[in-house]
Structure formats: C-alpha cells, structure tokens
Ligand binder design. Structure first.
Ligand code: SAH
Ligand code: SF4
Length: 390
C-alpha cells in the first residue's frame, strides 16, 4: 500500500451558511480586497480599507466592526452586514502542571482539533493543527490512528493563533507602552495533520501570521513539520519561507517504511535529495530532523552513526523526541541512558542534538498525542460527507 497524494476532502464554503456573511479571518490581503469591493467598497479606497480592517483584526484583536472607530459609521454598518470576524470555538481548555495549555477547538461542521500552547523561558510556542485527523498512518502517532476528516481552512489555522492570544490576554492596549515580550512568539505546525497535504491553506494562514501590520511573526519563528511530502518541499521555501522540520525517525528504508509509511512513496534517498536542494538552506537556517526514540526499534548506536552519515552535508540539527506513549501504542520510549548515548554520537559528529523535553504529559498534550474524538475517526467518508451536507 502506498501513501495517497491527493485526498478526498470536503471544502468549507467561504460564506457561512448560518448567516450568509463572509468570514474575514484567514483571507489574504488580495482576497480581502476583492470581497470588500464586491460588498460595495469603492475600488479607489480598497487598499486603505484593507489596511484598516487588517490592523483592527490582527494588530488590535478587535472582534466586531463597531469597534473599528476610525471607520465611518455607515461603512462599519456595511461591513457588519456582509462580513463576520469568527474564530473556532474553544470547547475545553486544560492547563498542565508545567503551564502547557491544551485547547480542544471546534470548527465548522462540529469537528474538533487540538491546539497546544507551550510556555518556555523567553518564548512561547503555539503548536497548531492543519487537518482533522491525517491521511498518513505513522505507526507511532496517535493522530495516525484517526482517519482524515477534512483539511482546515486558512481561517481555522489563523484562528488557532487568535484564540490562543485571546485566552492569554495578549492584545495591545491602545495608548499603553509597547511590550516587546510576546507570549506566543513562535508557531510550530506540529499539531494534527500533515501540513503539506493542505498546502494552500497553510501557506495563506502563515502569510497572515507573518504580515507586519498584524500578527507580525517572523518567518524564522515559524516551523513547519512534514513527514516527507517531497514534491511540496521546495514550494515551502519559495511560497512560505518558514523553517522546515522533517519527521525522519529511521535510518533504513526498511524501518522507515513501517514508522513513516509515506517512505514507501518517497524513500530516504529521495527525501534527502529534496532537503539538500531546499532553498535558503544555510547554517543559520538549518533543517530540523525530528527523531522519535523508540526502544529497540531505531535507537541503537548503529542507527546514530548511520543517521549522521546520511545527512552529511546538510545544515541540520537533530531533535530527539522521547516517544510519548499513548494508550494502546505498539512502542515503548527508549531509556534515558539510550537517548543520551544516541545524542552523544550525533553531537560528536558535529550536529546539535537537543532532547525534547516532553511537555504537558499530564494532559496528553505532548507531541503526537493529539487526537480528537475517536468515534469520529471510525466513521466512513460517506457518513462524514452526509453529515456535512445535512
Ligand atoms: N504530520 C507532520 C506534523 C505533525 S506531527 C509530521 O509528521 O511531521 C509532529 C511531530 O511529532 C512529528 O515529528 C511526529 O513524527 C512526532 N510524533 C508523532 N507522534 C509522536 C509520539 N507519540 N511521540 C513523539 N513524537 C511523536
Ligand atoms: Fe500524520 Fe504526522 Fe502523525 Fe504521521 S506523524 S500520522 S504524518 S500527523
């Protein structure tokens, strides 16, 4: 069996069925311009209006048109008639002993995804989902046991950042001194789903997050993690420009075929060739190789030596992830001694080899543990389509 390239996914209409209004969140600047003109904004004013609305939503965190006080009352009314500023809804929020916050978020159609906020010394990282479920079936990943339900829209991806900032109270107050420390300073596309199988929405969402008049996150503070969708890797650099992480996890095709089955379509050598060609690759913008440590499966000294041989010549760091166990998982986490011995070999070969500290374990918020309601995962595509239509 080989991994699918295209998917049978449901698309969400831009006009919200309940209200007939268009949700502005997640539209690119060009799209916003088009819809403002279609709603009656004179073309000559369109660029200025885009800038104003954009700043209110993404810089000030305003959620209704009435609050956009530099716009004329009539224009605010026109906006309110035609548009919405709507975010996915937080269903539950769990806060771990270590401060990690896991949000269960409901999106259109009643589907749920998870978003995780991880506060660290000097920075805060938001782990964002790009799909409900995943088409891929990595054998160590909890999300991989759930079928793909649908791709998230750009608005639902940006919405995860907006709702986290709402929850953390992170919007500037007009007139107050500028506070440089940001609570959400980084984004990792490491939640549920394979971001490169939802390329356009992920790209548009990240463009909104990077825009300087709004959320203003630097492309260097955004990391997209892929299991190895080779044909989309170069586009990631060209069209998004963010940092890249690759779920490598094994040093032979035999083992990687089992752990990351997309390897059967694009094997280790093909993947490495694509990474060698990754535009902008330099020592300051290295590729992160994620490597989950599974006892007795991929964690031997020989694996460590093979790993550094394979990636030779690629500016890289190797992020060792102690396996996060989930109920029924077919693997065990490697021992601390084993992980450190592995890290040591990689480090001595000249690569940074940080060991990722599991965060939010008490609330199942750690890497790869994210998963929405399991019964949904077992529904057939036909059932899901029928529900969405009805
Ligand atoms: N689909 C993308 C991004 C989401 S997964 C990808 O596969 O890269 C984010 C990271 O968590 C990946 O490196 C993934 O391999 C890893 N991961 C998944 N399940 C895990 C688990 N149970 N323990 C540790 N890491 C896991
Ligand atoms: Fe999907 Fe990534 Fe999990 Fe693999 S590791 S099943 S690609 S979410």
């Amino acid at each position: 069996m080989s991994a699918p390239i295209t998917q049978d996914v449901l698309t969400i209409p831009r006009k919200l069925p309940e209200t007939g209004r268009t949700n502005i969140v997640g539209l690119t600047r060009d799209e916003l311009r088009d819809v403002l003109i279609a709603a009656g904004t004179p073309e000559k004013q369109a660029k200025m209006r885009v800038g104003q609305v954009w700043q209110w939503i993404y810089h000030w965190g305003v959620r209704d048109f009435a609050g956009m006080t530099n716009l004329a009352k009539d224009y605010r009314a026109l906006l309110a008639e035609n548009f919405e500023i709507s975010l996915p809804e937080i269903v539950t929020r769990q806060i771990s002993e270590d401060g990690t916050r896991k949000y269960l978020v409901r999106i259109a159609g009643g589907h749920e995804v998870e978003t995780v906020y991880i506060p660290e010394e000097g920075r805060g990282t938001l782990c964002v989902s790009s799909q409900v479920g995943c088409t891929l079936t990595c054998s160590f990943c909890h999300t991989g046991t759930q079928k793909l339900v649908r791709n998230l829209t750009a608005g639902e991806i940006v919405g995860q950042l907006l709702l986290a900032r709402d929850d953390l109270g992170e919007w500037p107050v007009q007139g107050a001194p500028k506070d440089e420390a940001r609570l959400v300073s980084n984004i990792v596309l490491m939640g549920m789903g394979e971001p490169l199988y939802n390329f356009d929405a992920v790209r548009d969402a990240m463009k909104v997050c990077m825009d300087n008049e709004g959320l203003s996150l630097s492309r260097r503070r955004i990391t997209l993690s892929t299991s190895g969708v080779v044909p989309e890797i170069a586009r990631t650099a060209e069209e998004i420009g963010c940092q890249l992480a690759v779920s490598f996890h094994a040093t032979t095709d035999e083992v990687r075929n089992v752990l990351v089955p997309i390897n059967k379509r694009w094997n280790i050598q093909t993947l490495l060739d694509a990474l060698r060609d990754y535009p902008r690759l330099s020592n300051s913008e290295r590729i992160t190789f994620e490597y989950v440590m599974l006892a007795g499966v991929n964690d031997s000294d020989a694996d460590a030596h093979r790993l550094v041989e394979l990636i030779r010549g690629i500016p890289a760091k190797i992020n060792l992830i102690p396996f996060n166990e989930w109920p029924g998982a077919p693997y065990k986490r490697s021992s601390n001694n084993r992980i450190h011995a592995f890290a040591d070999i990689v480090y001595k070969a000249g690569y940074a080899s940080p060991i990722r500290t599991p965060r939010g374990e008490d609330i199942m918020a750690a890497c790869g543990q994210l998963k929405s309601a399991t019964e949904r995962g077992r529904k057939s595509k036909a059932q899901i389509a029928a529900e969405a239509a009805g």
